[in-house]
Design a protein around this ligand. Structure first.
Ligand code: CS2
Length: 484
Protein backbone atom coordinates (compact mmCIF):
# COMPACT_ATOMS: atom_id res chain seq x y z
CA UNK A 1 0.00 0.00 0.00
CA UNK A 2 1.26 3.48 -0.80
CA UNK A 3 1.74 5.88 2.11
CA UNK A 4 -0.26 9.09 2.34
CA UNK A 5 1.57 12.23 1.25
CA UNK A 6 2.34 14.41 4.31
CA UNK A 7 5.15 16.42 5.87
CA UNK A 8 6.31 13.15 7.42
CA UNK A 9 6.62 11.29 4.12
CA UNK A 10 7.55 14.13 1.74
CA UNK A 11 11.00 15.39 0.80
CA UNK A 12 11.02 19.12 0.14
CA UNK A 13 13.74 21.73 -0.37
CA UNK A 14 12.27 23.98 2.37
CA UNK A 15 10.23 23.47 5.52
CA UNK A 16 6.68 24.71 4.77
CA UNK A 17 6.08 25.24 8.50
CA UNK A 18 8.61 28.07 8.46
CA UNK A 19 6.86 30.10 5.75
CA UNK A 20 5.26 33.47 6.40
CA UNK A 21 1.94 34.13 4.72
CA UNK A 22 2.77 36.75 2.09
CA UNK A 23 -0.04 35.93 -0.33
CA UNK A 24 -3.72 35.13 0.06
CA UNK A 25 -5.14 33.45 -3.01
CA UNK A 26 -8.88 33.41 -3.78
CA UNK A 27 -9.98 30.43 -5.88
CA UNK A 28 -7.42 27.79 -5.02
CA UNK A 29 -8.28 25.39 -7.85
CA UNK A 30 -6.08 23.32 -10.11
CA UNK A 31 -5.01 26.29 -12.24
CA UNK A 32 -3.53 28.28 -9.36
CA UNK A 33 -1.84 25.21 -7.92
CA UNK A 34 -0.22 24.46 -11.29
CA UNK A 35 0.75 28.03 -12.17
CA UNK A 36 1.32 30.77 -9.59
CA UNK A 37 1.95 28.34 -6.73
CA UNK A 38 4.59 26.68 -8.91
CA UNK A 39 6.30 30.01 -9.63
CA UNK A 40 6.15 30.80 -5.91
CA UNK A 41 7.51 27.39 -4.96
CA UNK A 42 10.62 28.18 -7.01
CA UNK A 43 11.11 31.38 -4.97
CA UNK A 44 10.73 29.46 -1.71
CA UNK A 45 13.22 26.86 -2.87
CA UNK A 46 15.73 29.69 -3.29
CA UNK A 47 15.28 30.56 0.38
CA UNK A 48 12.95 33.59 0.42
CA UNK A 49 10.42 32.25 2.93
CA UNK A 50 8.17 35.34 3.06
CA UNK A 51 5.79 34.13 0.39
CA UNK A 52 3.75 31.21 1.71
CA UNK A 53 0.23 31.15 0.25
CA UNK A 54 -3.01 30.99 2.22
CA UNK A 55 -5.61 29.65 -0.21
CA UNK A 56 -9.32 30.26 -0.08
CA UNK A 57 -12.27 28.57 -1.71
CA UNK A 58 -15.24 30.87 -2.19
CA UNK A 59 -17.65 27.98 -2.72
CA UNK A 60 -16.93 24.40 -1.77
CA UNK A 61 -14.80 22.71 0.91
CA UNK A 62 -13.49 20.01 -1.48
CA UNK A 63 -9.93 21.31 -1.89
CA UNK A 64 -9.52 21.97 1.84
CA UNK A 65 -10.88 18.50 2.70
CA UNK A 66 -8.51 16.83 0.24
CA UNK A 67 -5.38 18.77 1.17
CA UNK A 68 -5.69 19.24 4.97
CA UNK A 69 -4.87 15.60 5.80
CA UNK A 70 -1.71 15.86 3.68
CA UNK A 71 -0.44 19.06 5.32
CA UNK A 72 -1.49 21.07 2.22
CA UNK A 73 1.20 19.40 0.11
CA UNK A 74 0.38 18.18 -3.37
CA UNK A 75 2.05 16.72 -6.42
CA UNK A 76 2.46 18.66 -9.64
CA UNK A 77 2.71 16.32 -12.64
CA UNK A 78 4.11 18.00 -15.75
CA UNK A 79 4.01 16.34 -19.14
CA UNK A 80 5.18 16.83 -22.69
CA UNK A 81 5.66 14.41 -25.57
CA UNK A 82 8.63 12.82 -23.79
CA UNK A 83 6.68 11.83 -20.66
CA UNK A 84 5.58 12.97 -17.20
CA UNK A 85 7.60 14.30 -14.25
CA UNK A 86 6.28 14.72 -10.69
CA UNK A 87 7.30 17.27 -8.05
CA UNK A 88 5.95 18.22 -4.66
CA UNK A 89 4.74 21.75 -3.94
CA UNK A 90 4.76 23.09 -0.38
CA UNK A 91 3.87 26.75 -1.07
CA UNK A 92 0.27 26.37 0.06
CA UNK A 93 -0.05 26.78 3.83
CA UNK A 94 -3.78 26.31 4.29
CA UNK A 95 -7.15 26.57 2.61
CA UNK A 96 -9.98 28.62 4.11
CA UNK A 97 -13.53 27.90 3.03
CA UNK A 98 -15.28 31.26 2.80
CA UNK A 99 -18.92 30.16 3.23
CA UNK A 100 -17.98 28.35 6.45
CA UNK A 101 -16.17 31.28 8.03
CA UNK A 102 -15.91 34.47 6.04
CA UNK A 103 -14.35 36.31 8.99
CA UNK A 104 -11.35 33.94 9.00
CA UNK A 105 -10.70 34.79 5.37
CA UNK A 106 -10.98 38.54 5.97
CA UNK A 107 -8.58 38.19 8.92
CA UNK A 108 -6.09 36.33 6.72
CA UNK A 109 -6.34 39.11 4.12
CA UNK A 110 -5.60 41.59 6.92
CA UNK A 111 -2.37 39.93 8.11
CA UNK A 112 0.41 42.52 8.11
CA UNK A 113 2.65 39.98 6.32
CA UNK A 114 0.20 39.77 3.38
CA UNK A 115 1.37 41.91 0.47
CA UNK A 116 -0.62 40.35 -2.35
CA UNK A 117 -4.13 38.99 -2.75
CA UNK A 118 -4.28 37.05 -5.99
CA UNK A 119 -7.27 35.54 -7.74
CA UNK A 120 -8.31 32.74 -10.05
CA UNK A 121 -12.06 32.71 -9.64
CA UNK A 122 -12.84 32.20 -13.36
CA UNK A 123 -14.34 34.84 -15.62
CA UNK A 124 -17.75 34.76 -13.96
CA UNK A 125 -16.30 35.25 -10.46
CA UNK A 126 -15.86 38.99 -10.99
CA UNK A 127 -19.63 39.62 -11.34
CA UNK A 128 -19.05 41.93 -14.27
CA UNK A 129 -20.66 42.41 -17.61
CA UNK A 130 -18.31 40.62 -20.04
CA UNK A 131 -19.08 42.93 -22.97
CA UNK A 132 -18.24 46.16 -21.09
CA UNK A 133 -16.14 45.05 -18.11
CA UNK A 134 -18.40 47.03 -15.72
CA UNK A 135 -19.66 45.65 -12.41
CA UNK A 136 -23.05 43.98 -12.82
CA UNK A 137 -24.82 45.77 -10.00
CA UNK A 138 -27.84 43.50 -10.19
CA UNK A 139 -25.75 40.31 -9.83
CA UNK A 140 -27.28 38.39 -6.87
CA UNK A 141 -23.89 38.12 -5.10
CA UNK A 142 -23.27 41.86 -5.46
CA UNK A 143 -26.76 42.66 -4.20
CA UNK A 144 -26.02 40.34 -1.27
CA UNK A 145 -22.61 41.88 -0.57
CA UNK A 146 -23.98 45.41 -0.57
CA UNK A 147 -26.64 44.37 1.94
CA UNK A 148 -24.14 42.35 4.07
CA UNK A 149 -20.77 44.03 3.54
CA UNK A 150 -18.99 42.34 6.44
CA UNK A 151 -20.11 38.84 5.36
CA UNK A 152 -19.47 38.88 1.62
CA UNK A 153 -19.94 36.08 -0.90
CA UNK A 154 -18.24 37.37 -4.03
CA UNK A 155 -14.54 37.87 -4.72
CA UNK A 156 -15.01 41.64 -5.22
CA UNK A 157 -16.97 41.69 -1.93
CA UNK A 158 -14.07 40.08 -0.04
CA UNK A 159 -11.54 42.41 -1.61
CA UNK A 160 -13.54 45.51 -0.69
CA UNK A 161 -14.21 44.39 2.88
CA UNK A 162 -10.58 43.42 3.51
CA UNK A 163 -9.28 46.66 1.96
CA UNK A 164 -11.67 48.60 4.21
CA UNK A 165 -10.57 46.65 7.29
CA UNK A 166 -6.88 47.16 6.51
CA UNK A 167 -7.43 50.88 6.11
CA UNK A 168 -9.31 51.03 9.41
CA UNK A 169 -6.40 49.24 11.10
CA UNK A 170 -3.81 51.53 9.59
CA UNK A 171 -2.33 48.79 7.39
CA UNK A 172 -1.24 49.46 3.81
CA UNK A 173 -3.45 47.87 1.14
CA UNK A 174 -2.40 44.63 -0.52
CA UNK A 175 -1.79 44.48 -4.24
CA UNK A 176 -4.64 42.75 -6.13
CA UNK A 177 -3.28 40.30 -8.69
CA UNK A 178 -5.85 38.87 -11.11
CA UNK A 179 -4.72 35.67 -12.82
CA UNK A 180 -7.88 35.00 -14.84
CA UNK A 181 -8.29 35.18 -18.60
CA UNK A 182 -10.16 38.48 -18.62
CA UNK A 183 -9.31 41.17 -21.12
CA UNK A 184 -7.14 43.87 -19.47
CA UNK A 185 -7.57 41.86 -16.30
CA UNK A 186 -5.92 44.34 -13.94
CA UNK A 187 -7.93 47.28 -15.21
CA UNK A 188 -11.16 45.27 -15.32
CA UNK A 189 -10.81 44.09 -11.73
CA UNK A 190 -9.81 47.59 -10.62
CA UNK A 191 -13.00 48.94 -12.19
CA UNK A 192 -15.21 46.30 -10.59
CA UNK A 193 -13.67 46.59 -7.12
CA UNK A 194 -13.53 50.40 -7.14
CA UNK A 195 -17.17 50.59 -8.19
CA UNK A 196 -18.28 48.16 -5.46
CA UNK A 197 -16.24 50.07 -2.87
CA UNK A 198 -17.83 53.32 -4.08
CA UNK A 199 -21.33 51.87 -3.80
CA UNK A 200 -20.56 51.00 -0.19
CA UNK A 201 -19.01 54.34 0.61
CA UNK A 202 -17.65 56.94 -1.82
CA UNK A 203 -14.65 57.59 0.47
CA UNK A 204 -13.77 53.89 0.35
CA UNK A 205 -14.12 54.03 -3.44
CA UNK A 206 -11.63 56.91 -3.53
CA UNK A 207 -9.23 55.02 -1.24
CA UNK A 208 -9.27 52.01 -3.59
CA UNK A 209 -8.92 54.15 -6.71
CA UNK A 210 -5.99 56.11 -5.28
CA UNK A 211 -4.07 53.54 -3.25
CA UNK A 212 -4.59 50.00 -4.51
CA UNK A 213 -2.45 48.49 -7.28
CA UNK A 214 -4.08 46.07 -9.73
CA UNK A 215 -1.26 44.87 -12.00
CA UNK A 216 -2.35 43.07 -15.16
CA UNK A 217 -1.14 39.56 -15.98
CA UNK A 218 -1.12 37.13 -18.85
CA UNK A 219 -1.27 33.56 -17.57
CA UNK A 220 -0.48 30.65 -19.84
CA UNK A 221 -0.55 27.04 -18.75
CA UNK A 222 -2.97 24.28 -19.75
CA UNK A 223 -4.39 22.53 -16.68
CA UNK A 224 -7.12 19.92 -17.20
CA UNK A 225 -9.26 18.75 -14.28
CA UNK A 226 -7.63 15.92 -12.30
CA UNK A 227 -9.14 12.44 -12.81
CA UNK A 228 -9.00 9.23 -10.76
CA UNK A 229 -6.75 7.75 -13.44
CA UNK A 230 -4.32 10.66 -12.78
CA UNK A 231 -4.41 9.95 -9.04
CA UNK A 232 -3.64 6.26 -9.56
CA UNK A 233 -0.84 6.89 -12.08
CA UNK A 234 0.82 9.53 -9.90
CA UNK A 235 0.62 7.37 -6.75
CA UNK A 236 2.31 4.56 -8.67
CA UNK A 237 5.04 6.91 -9.91
CA UNK A 238 5.77 8.64 -6.59
CA UNK A 239 4.94 5.90 -4.09
CA UNK A 240 2.76 8.42 -2.17
CA UNK A 241 -0.99 8.68 -2.37
CA UNK A 242 -2.18 12.22 -3.00
CA UNK A 243 -5.93 13.03 -2.87
CA UNK A 244 -5.62 15.93 -5.25
CA UNK A 245 -2.54 16.10 -7.45
CA UNK A 246 -2.55 18.56 -10.35
CA UNK A 247 -1.75 17.52 -13.89
CA UNK A 248 -0.38 20.03 -16.35
CA UNK A 249 1.99 20.54 -19.27
CA UNK A 250 5.72 21.22 -19.08
CA UNK A 251 5.12 24.64 -20.68
CA UNK A 252 4.56 27.49 -18.23
CA UNK A 253 4.43 31.19 -18.94
CA UNK A 254 3.51 34.30 -16.98
CA UNK A 255 3.77 37.91 -18.09
CA UNK A 256 3.16 40.40 -15.29
CA UNK A 257 2.86 44.17 -15.19
CA UNK A 258 5.50 45.15 -12.66
CA UNK A 259 3.50 47.28 -10.26
CA UNK A 260 3.69 45.96 -6.67
CA UNK A 261 3.99 48.88 -4.22
CA UNK A 262 4.25 46.48 -1.25
CA UNK A 263 6.86 44.26 -2.90
CA UNK A 264 6.58 40.87 -4.53
CA UNK A 265 8.39 37.55 -4.78
CA UNK A 266 11.25 37.32 -7.27
CA UNK A 267 9.12 35.14 -9.55
CA UNK A 268 10.78 33.88 -12.69
CA UNK A 269 8.06 35.57 -14.76
CA UNK A 270 8.40 38.13 -17.56
CA UNK A 271 7.87 41.55 -15.97
CA UNK A 272 6.80 44.27 -18.39
CA UNK A 273 5.22 47.70 -18.27
CA UNK A 274 2.48 46.85 -20.78
CA UNK A 275 1.06 43.36 -21.02
CA UNK A 276 -1.61 44.19 -23.62
CA UNK A 277 0.13 42.70 -26.69
CA UNK A 278 1.01 39.50 -24.77
CA UNK A 279 -2.55 39.17 -23.56
CA UNK A 280 -4.07 39.59 -27.01
CA UNK A 281 -1.67 37.06 -28.49
CA UNK A 282 -2.56 34.48 -25.85
CA UNK A 283 -6.31 35.03 -25.48
CA UNK A 284 -6.96 35.24 -29.21
CA UNK A 285 -4.67 32.40 -30.32
CA UNK A 286 -4.76 29.86 -27.49
CA UNK A 287 -8.13 30.51 -25.93
CA UNK A 288 -9.80 31.43 -29.24
CA UNK A 289 -8.68 28.14 -30.80
CA UNK A 290 -9.55 26.24 -27.60
CA UNK A 291 -13.14 27.46 -27.50
CA UNK A 292 -13.66 26.95 -31.24
CA UNK A 293 -12.37 23.37 -31.04
CA UNK A 294 -14.28 22.74 -27.81
CA UNK A 295 -17.73 23.54 -29.28
CA UNK A 296 -17.19 21.99 -32.71
CA UNK A 297 -15.27 19.05 -31.27
CA UNK A 298 -17.83 18.31 -28.57
CA UNK A 299 -20.63 18.32 -31.16
CA UNK A 300 -18.58 16.01 -33.40
CA UNK A 301 -18.07 13.53 -30.55
CA UNK A 302 -14.48 14.43 -29.54
CA UNK A 303 -13.81 14.11 -25.84
CA UNK A 304 -10.50 15.97 -25.58
CA UNK A 305 -8.51 18.69 -27.33
CA UNK A 306 -5.89 16.08 -28.28
CA UNK A 307 -8.71 14.13 -30.01
CA UNK A 308 -9.74 17.32 -31.85
CA UNK A 309 -6.15 17.77 -33.02
CA UNK A 310 -6.05 14.24 -34.40
CA UNK A 311 -9.07 15.12 -36.55
CA UNK A 312 -7.27 16.73 -39.47
CA UNK A 313 -10.17 18.85 -40.69
CA UNK A 314 -10.70 20.29 -37.23
CA UNK A 315 -7.01 20.99 -36.58
CA UNK A 316 -6.92 22.60 -40.02
CA UNK A 317 -9.70 24.92 -38.93
CA UNK A 318 -7.85 25.79 -35.70
CA UNK A 319 -4.70 26.57 -37.69
CA UNK A 320 -6.70 28.64 -40.19
CA UNK A 321 -8.28 30.61 -37.35
CA UNK A 322 -4.87 31.32 -35.81
CA UNK A 323 -2.91 32.04 -38.99
CA UNK A 324 -5.41 33.71 -41.29
CA UNK A 325 -7.85 35.42 -38.96
CA UNK A 326 -6.16 36.10 -35.59
CA UNK A 327 -2.51 36.77 -36.47
CA UNK A 328 -3.13 39.82 -38.70
CA UNK A 329 -4.93 41.49 -35.74
CA UNK A 330 -1.94 41.13 -33.39
CA UNK A 331 0.94 43.45 -32.64
CA UNK A 332 4.16 41.54 -31.95
CA UNK A 333 4.83 41.67 -28.19
CA UNK A 334 8.39 42.85 -27.39
CA UNK A 335 10.74 39.89 -27.48
CA UNK A 336 8.02 37.45 -28.56
CA UNK A 337 7.85 35.38 -31.72
CA UNK A 338 4.25 34.83 -32.81
CA UNK A 339 5.13 32.13 -35.35
CA UNK A 340 7.05 30.15 -32.73
CA UNK A 341 4.24 30.62 -30.22
CA UNK A 342 1.72 29.20 -32.69
CA UNK A 343 3.91 26.21 -33.49
CA UNK A 344 4.34 25.52 -29.79
CA UNK A 345 0.57 25.85 -29.34
CA UNK A 346 -0.17 23.17 -31.90
CA UNK A 347 2.29 20.88 -30.09
CA UNK A 348 0.76 21.73 -26.71
CA UNK A 349 -2.76 21.03 -28.00
CA UNK A 350 -1.55 17.62 -29.23
CA UNK A 351 0.10 16.70 -25.90
CA UNK A 352 -0.96 13.07 -25.41
CA UNK A 353 -0.39 13.36 -21.65
CA UNK A 354 -3.22 15.87 -21.19
CA UNK A 355 -6.82 14.75 -21.28
CA UNK A 356 -8.27 18.23 -21.55
CA UNK A 357 -11.97 17.74 -22.10
CA UNK A 358 -13.84 19.78 -24.69
CA UNK A 359 -16.73 19.87 -22.19
CA UNK A 360 -14.50 21.58 -19.60
CA UNK A 361 -13.41 24.31 -22.03
CA UNK A 362 -16.98 24.71 -23.35
CA UNK A 363 -18.08 25.90 -19.90
CA UNK A 364 -19.06 29.55 -19.34
CA UNK A 365 -18.96 30.48 -23.02
CA UNK A 366 -21.03 33.61 -22.43
CA UNK A 367 -18.17 34.91 -20.27
CA UNK A 368 -15.39 33.76 -22.60
CA UNK A 369 -16.54 34.59 -26.12
CA UNK A 370 -15.96 38.37 -25.97
CA UNK A 371 -12.20 38.21 -25.27
CA UNK A 372 -11.56 34.98 -27.18
CA UNK A 373 -13.42 35.50 -30.46
CA UNK A 374 -15.37 38.75 -30.53
CA UNK A 375 -12.47 41.19 -30.13
CA UNK A 376 -10.75 39.62 -33.14
CA UNK A 377 -14.07 39.68 -35.01
CA UNK A 378 -14.54 43.40 -34.36
CA UNK A 379 -11.00 44.21 -35.54
CA UNK A 380 -11.48 42.24 -38.74
CA UNK A 381 -14.92 43.64 -39.50
CA UNK A 382 -13.54 47.15 -39.10
CA UNK A 383 -10.80 46.32 -41.59
CA UNK A 384 -13.28 44.73 -44.01
CA UNK A 385 -11.67 41.28 -43.61
CA UNK A 386 -13.27 37.83 -43.67
CA UNK A 387 -14.40 36.20 -40.44
CA UNK A 388 -15.30 32.68 -41.64
CA UNK A 389 -13.58 30.68 -38.89
CA UNK A 390 -14.54 33.15 -36.15
CA UNK A 391 -18.19 33.07 -37.19
CA UNK A 392 -18.12 29.27 -37.19
CA UNK A 393 -16.74 29.30 -33.63
CA UNK A 394 -19.51 31.64 -32.48
CA UNK A 395 -22.15 29.58 -34.29
CA UNK A 396 -20.83 26.37 -32.70
CA UNK A 397 -21.29 27.98 -29.27
CA UNK A 398 -24.89 28.81 -30.25
CA UNK A 399 -25.50 25.25 -31.40
CA UNK A 400 -23.92 23.89 -28.17
CA UNK A 401 -25.98 26.00 -25.78
CA UNK A 402 -29.23 24.67 -27.25
CA UNK A 403 -28.43 21.87 -24.79
CA UNK A 404 -29.22 19.05 -27.26
CA UNK A 405 -26.43 17.31 -29.15
CA UNK A 406 -26.51 15.95 -32.69
CA UNK A 407 -27.82 12.58 -31.50
CA UNK A 408 -30.67 14.22 -29.59
CA UNK A 409 -29.01 13.69 -26.18
CA UNK A 410 -28.85 16.35 -23.49
CA UNK A 411 -25.66 18.44 -23.16
CA UNK A 412 -24.74 19.41 -19.61
CA UNK A 413 -24.29 23.12 -20.41
CA UNK A 414 -22.59 25.04 -17.58
CA UNK A 415 -22.92 28.76 -17.91
CA UNK A 416 -24.22 31.55 -15.68
CA UNK A 417 -26.65 32.39 -18.52
CA UNK A 418 -27.65 28.76 -19.08
CA UNK A 419 -31.36 29.21 -18.38
CA UNK A 420 -31.64 32.31 -20.57
CA UNK A 421 -29.71 30.60 -23.36
CA UNK A 422 -31.87 27.52 -23.14
CA UNK A 423 -35.12 29.46 -23.07
CA UNK A 424 -34.12 31.40 -26.19
CA UNK A 425 -32.98 28.23 -27.93
CA UNK A 426 -36.24 26.43 -27.09
CA UNK A 427 -38.30 29.35 -28.35
CA UNK A 428 -36.31 29.58 -31.60
CA UNK A 429 -36.14 25.85 -32.36
CA UNK A 430 -33.45 24.38 -34.65
CA UNK A 431 -33.71 27.28 -37.08
CA UNK A 432 -30.61 29.42 -37.57
CA UNK A 433 -32.52 32.45 -38.84
CA UNK A 434 -34.44 32.52 -35.52
CA UNK A 435 -31.77 31.31 -33.07
CA UNK A 436 -28.89 33.52 -34.27
CA UNK A 437 -30.71 36.85 -33.69
CA UNK A 438 -32.20 35.56 -30.42
CA UNK A 439 -28.71 34.94 -29.02
CA UNK A 440 -26.98 37.87 -30.72
CA UNK A 441 -29.31 40.22 -28.87
CA UNK A 442 -27.59 39.30 -25.57
CA UNK A 443 -25.97 42.69 -25.10
CA UNK A 444 -23.80 41.54 -22.18
CA UNK A 445 -22.04 39.14 -24.59
CA UNK A 446 -22.19 40.78 -28.03
CA UNK A 447 -22.42 44.44 -27.06
CA UNK A 448 -24.52 46.86 -29.11
CA UNK A 449 -22.39 46.89 -32.25
CA UNK A 450 -22.11 43.26 -33.38
CA UNK A 451 -25.85 42.47 -33.42
CA UNK A 452 -26.24 45.39 -35.86
CA UNK A 453 -23.51 44.31 -38.23
CA UNK A 454 -25.01 42.64 -41.31
CA UNK A 455 -21.73 40.91 -42.26
CA UNK A 456 -21.44 39.36 -38.82
CA UNK A 457 -25.12 38.39 -38.63
CA UNK A 458 -24.96 36.73 -42.05
CA UNK A 459 -21.75 34.85 -41.38
CA UNK A 460 -22.97 33.51 -38.03
CA UNK A 461 -26.42 32.62 -39.35
CA UNK A 462 -25.00 30.74 -42.33
CA UNK A 463 -22.55 28.80 -40.17
CA UNK A 464 -25.28 27.95 -37.68
CA UNK A 465 -27.57 26.86 -40.48
CA UNK A 466 -24.89 24.47 -41.69
CA UNK A 467 -24.40 23.08 -38.17
CA UNK A 468 -28.13 22.37 -37.89
CA UNK A 469 -28.40 20.90 -41.41
CA UNK A 470 -25.29 18.75 -41.80
CA UNK A 471 -23.75 18.69 -38.33
CA UNK A 472 -20.43 19.83 -36.95
CA UNK A 473 -18.07 17.36 -38.60
CA UNK A 474 -19.39 17.87 -42.12
CA UNK A 475 -19.41 21.62 -41.57
CA UNK A 476 -15.74 21.84 -40.66
CA UNK A 477 -14.86 19.35 -43.40
CA UNK A 478 -16.63 21.64 -45.85
CA UNK A 479 -14.68 24.54 -44.33
CA UNK A 480 -11.42 22.77 -45.12
CA UNK A 481 -12.50 22.22 -48.75
CA UNK A 482 -13.43 25.90 -49.05
CA UNK A 483 -10.22 27.14 -47.33
CA UNK A 484 -7.51 24.67 -48.38
C1 CS2 B 1 -9.18 26.99 -21.41
C2 CS2 B 1 -8.16 27.68 -20.51
O1 CS2 B 1 -10.80 26.08 -19.98
C3 CS2 B 1 -10.56 26.95 -20.82
O2 CS2 B 1 -11.41 27.74 -21.19
O3 CS2 B 1 -9.19 27.60 -22.65
O4 CS2 B 1 -8.31 27.30 -19.19
C4 CS2 B 1 -6.72 27.45 -20.99
O5 CS2 B 1 -6.35 26.11 -20.84
C5 CS2 B 1 -5.75 28.33 -20.22
O6 CS2 B 1 -6.15 29.68 -20.39
C6 CS2 B 1 -4.32 28.15 -20.70
O7 CS2 B 1 -3.52 29.12 -20.11
Amino acid sequence: MTERLSLGTATLAYDPRLLDIGIVHLGVGAFHRAHMADYTDAVLRKGDLRWGIMGASLRSPETRDALAPQDWLYTLAESDETGERCRLIGALRGVLVAPEDCQALIEAMCLPSVKIVSLTVTEKGYCHDPATGELNESHPDIVHDLANPSAPRSAPGFLVEALRARKARGLPPFTVLCCDNLPANGRTVAKVVTRLAHLRDPALGRHVAENVAFPATMVDRIVPATTDADRARIAAATGLSDSWPVVTEAYNNWVVEDHFPQGRPAWDATFVSDIAPFELMKLRLLNGAHSTMAYLGYLAGHETIADCMRDEALSHLAAHLMNEEVTPTLAVPPGADIAAYKLALLRRFRNPGLRHRTWQIAMDGSQKLPQRLLGTTRDRLKAGQRIDALALGVAAWMRYVTGIDEQGNAIDVRDPLRDTLRARADAAGPDASRLAPALLSLEQVFGRDLPQDPVFINAVTQALDSLFRIGSRRTYEAFRSAHP
